[in-house]
Design a protein around this ligand. Structure first.
Ligand code: HEC
Ligand code: HEC
Ligand code: HEC
Length: 211
């Protein structure tokens, strides 16, 4: 049957049957099909296991998505104590997903969303649309297992050799500023109070410019 069909189609008209001419005979095709199928499944299993391991590592984020991930991985690796992502790597061995559980985790499982080079970024290659679910906020930083607020406040009176009455965590600004107004994860942290007060700033931290 198959041979008869191909003879009939050798007139050159483009039908589904002519396409079959270029393929293997049905029996051979079926055998090859099983083999190829088996190899594909084996490869997928190996890749999936490797992916699972790799996927939890910081290097995963920018190997898949150079734009926009490179600057985030670089700042994480920078050993700069003024950047909270780096500080949490050196002090607490934390990884990207320890802070970014909610969104990055989901993005990574839907890889394609980040692979778009058209994603808007600023001059430093950092994303313009901020993910507000991952902020240095009291909810994220003071959850159990992380920081205890009373201890933070107690330990920062007269911080960095400033006068004892200055505490970045207890002042007339309480309630009007967020942790993220000072603590930045992928850029240098900023001492908000230094906008008005002449204070010593921790290593690598910046004084706010006009806002
Ligand atoms: C200590 C927690 C922490 C770690 C660790 C961390 N980040 Fe972040 N990341 C943040 C916070 C907080 C922000 C919000 C902006 C800021 O504070 O700089 C952020 C912002 C981002 C953004 C921008 C999101 C947006 O929509 O604007 C990306 C992308 C990102 N991080 C990727 C990474 C990658 C990749 C790693 C690991 C190499 C990493 N982060 C490690 C806390 C962290
Ligand atoms: C006005 C700026 C500012 C704000 C807002 C701020 N911090 Fe800080 N934080 C600092 C500075 C400056 C230091 C470093 C003090 C030092 O040199 O030890 C610090 C240190 C810390 C430390 C380390 C404390 C230690 O024992 O060494 C933790 C933890 C911390 N902050 C958590 C938070 C959390 C959580 C929030 C929000 C609820 C917050 N901070 C808001 C400026 C700020
Ligand atoms: C927008 C400007 C501004 C910012 C930002 C600001 N302050 Fe003040 N602060 C003032 C003014 C004004 C006074 C009262 C005038 C004075 O006594 O010099 C004051 C007074 C104080 C005092 C009483 C002692 C003194 O010098 O008078 C302390 C302590 C203080 N601020 C701490 C802080 C801390 C900590 C931060 C950051 C969390 C901060 N301030 C942020 C403007 C600011």
């Amino acid at each position: 049957m198959a041979e008869e069909n191909s003879k009939q189609d050798s007139t050159g008209s483009k039908t589904p049957e002519t396409e079959k001419q270029n393929a293997a005979t049905p029996a051979k095709k079926k055998r090859n099909g099983w083999m190829v199928g088996g190899i594909v499944v084996a490869v997928i299993v190996v890749v999936a296991i490797a992916f699972g391991v790799w996927h939890n590592q910081p290097s995963f984020c920018n190997s898949v998505c150079h734009t926009p991930m490179d600057p985030y991985v670089q700042t994480y690796d920078s050993d700069n104590p003024a950047m909270m992502s780096s500080l949490h790597r050196t002090e607490a061995n934390m990884s990207c997903l320890d802070c970014h559980e909610a969104r990055l985790g989901q993005q990574i499982s839907e890889v394609g969303t980040w692979m778009d080079d058209a994603t808007p970024v600023d001059a430093n290659g950092m994303l313009v649309n901020h993910d507000t679910s991952v902020q240095a906020s009291p909810e994220n930083c003071l959850k159990s297992g992380c920081h205890d607020w009373n201890e933070v406040v107690d330990s920062t009176w007269g911080f960095e050799g400033n006068d004892e009455e200055f505490n970045p965590h207890s002042s007339h600004q309480n309630g009007s500023i967020q942790c993220s107004d000072c603590h930045k994860s992928h850029t240098n942290s900023v001492l908000y109070c230094a906008k008005c007060h002449d204070l010593n700033v921790p290593e690598g931290w910046e004084v706010p410019t006009d806002e």
